[in-house]
Design a protein around this ligand. Structure first.
Ligand SMILES: C[S@@+](CC[C@H](N)C(=O)[O-])C[C@H]1O[C@@H](n2cnc3c(N)ncnc32)[C@H](O)[C@@H]1O
Length: 279
């Protein structure tokens, strides 16, 4: 897993950035700066909740997932790697005999367990997970941001080893030409390229896997500036923010780029990298 808290602590020690609250992944931030937190703490879990309340991303994802799952030869085992609150896990669970949910963040796991009481829960990151069965369908939805890029290819290969013959692995990530990813680029200079990962995997697959990427539209829409700001801050925290921008800069960006009349709207289109193990 990406050593996000460690990176923030290191900058704090050198006096250049915010400190973190030990063990929670939450930062003790300068109130004039954008908050800093990683994907393993309560701050993340709260911001993710605000995002979920104002996006159609999960509903849009279900249409794509429905088609994929209906096309599977068998529906015995489903693995959700980085299941979060279990929104998609719970929706997919009834379609399979057995569900395995992997979720390392303890403050998301309660909700996950309530949403999917019958799922087998592995409370560890993907790299440490040892699922008890091979799967017909493996989903890894909006998790790769939190994995060090140097480990993307090996993580994808590892997820691929969990597939049954004819099984499908789906990795979802924001499309890089969306409002939210443009904002990330603006403030950090960073971006994510699922296409490059797909090409590397396809190059290595040597006829064992079929690889394809689909883009599915999605948006965030809210009447509340406060919610729009929290969601913008959540997006910036997909990477370790060693030099967080000033709060007022992000507020200005949200107003200038996302305001439409009385509400705020940003595109959150997602790419689905689809990998099928040949039968
Ligand atoms: C944006 S949420 C996505 C949750 C869910 N998959 C969805 O699409 O709604 C990212 C999730 O990835 C989890 N996560 C972060 N690093 C992870 C890792 N190395 N292995 C597994 N899950 C991880 C976080 O705890 C969080 O639940």
């Amino acid at each position: 897993m990406r050593p996000q808290v460690m990176a923030v602590q290191a900058t704090a020690a050198s006096g250049e950035g915010p400190a973190t609250t030990e063990g929670t992944g939450d930062a003790v931030s300068d109130p004039n700066l954008v908050k800093v937190y990683d994907s393993q703490g309560g701050e993340y879990s709260r911001a993710f909740g605000v995002f979920l309340a104002h996006t159609d991303q999960k509903v849009k994802a279900t249409a794509w997932l429905e088609q994929e799952v209906n096309g599977l030869a068998t529906r015995e085992v489903f693995i959700d790697a980085g299941a979060g609150t279990g929104k998609l896990t719970a929706w997919l669970e009834p379609r399979f005999r057995k569900t395995i949910a992997i979720e390392p963040n303890p403050s998301l796991r309660d909700e996950l367990q309530q949403a999917c009481p019958d799922a087998e829960l592995l409370p560890v990151p993907i790299a440490e997970a040892r699922p008890s069965s091979r799967a017909d369908f493996v989903l890894c939805s909006h998790v790769f941001y939190y994995i060090d890029r140097a480990r993307w290819a090996e993580t994808l290969r590892y997820l691929g080893t969990w597939l049954q013959p004819a099984g499908v692995l789906s990795v979802a990530l924001q499309n890089h030409e969306t409002d939210c990813m443009r904002m990330l680029r603006h403030f950090t200079g960073e971006e994510f390229d699922l296409g490059a990962l797909a090409r590397v995997f396809a190059g290595e697959a040597q006829g064992q896997f079929d690889v394809r990427t689909d883009t599915v539209d999605a948006h965030v829409q809210t009447d509340s500036f406060g919610s729009a700001y929290i969601i913008a801050e959540f997006v910036l925290n997909v990477l370790p923010l060693s030099h967080p921008p000033r709060r007022e800069e992000l507020e200005r960006y949200v107003r200038d780029h996302f305001r439409h009349g009385d509400s705020y709207r940003m595109s959150f289109h997602q790419d689905f990298l689809r990998i099928q193990r040949r039968a």
